[in-house]
Design a protein around this ligand. Sequence first.
Ligand code: ADP
Length: 617
Amino acid sequence: MRVQEPLRYWFLPDHLTGDDSLSRQALRTVKIALAMLLWVPVFIIVYEYVDAPISAAVLGVAGAAVLVVLRSLRWGAPVRAVANAVTGLVCLTLVAISAATGGFDAPAFRWLAVVPLLGILLGGRVSGLVWTAVSLLSGTVFVLIRNHHGKLPSELTQDTLTLVSTCGDLGMISCVAIVTWLFDRSERSAQSMLLQARYAAEAATRAKSSFLANMSHELRTPMNGILGMTNLTLKTPLTRSQRDYLQTVKSSADSLLRIVDDILDFSKVEAGRLTFDQTDFKVADCISEAIQMVASQARSKGLAVSCSIADGVPTIVSGDPFRLRQVLLNLLCNAVKFTEQGRIDVTAETVPSENDAVEIRFRVTDTGVGIPGDKLESIFEAFVQADTSTTRTHGGTGLGLTISAELVELMGGRLQVSSTPGAGSCFEFTATFVRASDPDDSGATREAGRHSPATGVDGHDFHQVSPACDDTLICRNPVDPTVRPRALRRLRVLVADDNPINQRLAEVVLQQAGYDVTLVPNGQEAINRVAAEQFDVLLMDLSMPKVDGLTATSAIRAQESGSVRRLPIVALTANSSREDRDRCTAAGMDGFLVKPLDPAALTEEILRHCPAPAIRD
Ligand code: ADP
């Protein structure tokens, strides 16, 4: 449907139509200038009719000036300057006509009172004050002239003055009425346009949410197959390397499933379709289940996790334990993810409440990296992460806190954070539950176990990369059969990648192709290894902690300067845009491979850079 363009867009320059306050000010200026413009021909006719050429000429010039001023807004002149120009023109025109038609007694003189009003309306307080001073000064001059020298000479007789005055009043009123009607219509069409845009945006959001929900659902179905079959296969007799590969598949599928779950929840949040159960549950059990799910990862990092439930927290409450656990789990996962040493504490205490409901305050405190002050608000927005640098250490979607904040709000509370960078963070929220009629509830102080380092059932299976794979599978070169009679020296390939699964994949693929593989987890280690050892080719990821791939490449090129040897460096990255390719070339890379890894393309690329491998000794 074509939206009718409101009248105001005919006058406003494009750069103003998006800025609400400026465009409103510009619109007001245009309205008043147009009222003046309509007023001008009426008065020219009247003054011509009563034979007052000077006044008619002044009005003609003022009319032309108004047009120029209006056009200047279109040319991009500042709104404030145009507003003052319009006010100034009104003032000058009134003073000039008053002077020509009798000064203090002229009909135009009493319109001088309008000038300060225009000043305030168009330019604001300061401009209003300035134009009040100007019109008061002009008025005072006319009063002084009248008191000291009598009347100013007038081209008009008393009868004509009355006629001009009456026409002026009528003309002014009808012009303002016409302009007001015109702009009211244009405002209404602007509003209907806004309404249409809102309906369209709402429909788009609904479509996006349902697309996300459908996609997440469609993804979950095959994911279940992958996970289920992997788990089944893991229970059968396997070689060590087969078990190792399948564990990698399972761990990747688990991560993917968590992302899909996040997206599904986020789409529900956006569509307002999150649902809540109402069932009796034990608060301590809910907290302990969440802790147990991160226990193994916390343990592997040597982190202590403790939990204490304060006096007065009822043993059993009525609410949605799944949603509460989801929030606690997300906060705990983040705490473990962003803490390298120290501890994580979970506490629960009641908040005094007037009605019968139970309000509980939960806190998850860590001694991790913390969050910079300027990021404390934005981390609750969807897809926002405090650290967005290319050297980012941790993964994630940036959706967890958005979903948690929404869940907490639906549980009648608010999720808040306080943090000291380098010292740790404290996420805190309150949630309201219905008091359950529990005969056992004594309300006594409880310590729900101290986990140091975290102990308990391992809910999530966090994958550990195991050592090198089964040698029986490797030492083949699947690419070029003509190369295979040749006995080649095994080329030495250095792989810099921070993701253990990507490392593992590259390692297996390269070993199967017959290469010697060395793995490093970041750019800094790549620089160090290249300085210390000889490699035939370096495969470099771009986003890595400490030093990213581009910086590492530049540093290696700087190290090489002056020497005849130049190590071929090939980017191995999930960023596939033209700009990324150009950035790699500019940093000194020789090739570019896009993930997911294609084994044939990888070996081909390596052979391109090492065309004549040395004969094995
Ligand atoms: P994700 O963890 O998947 O990136 P979240 O929405 O859970 O997404 O978190 C958003 C960001 O908030 C994280 O990327 C991280 O920068 C910051 N953050 C969250 N929790 C912590 C924490 N306990 N310590 C430090 N930073 C945190």
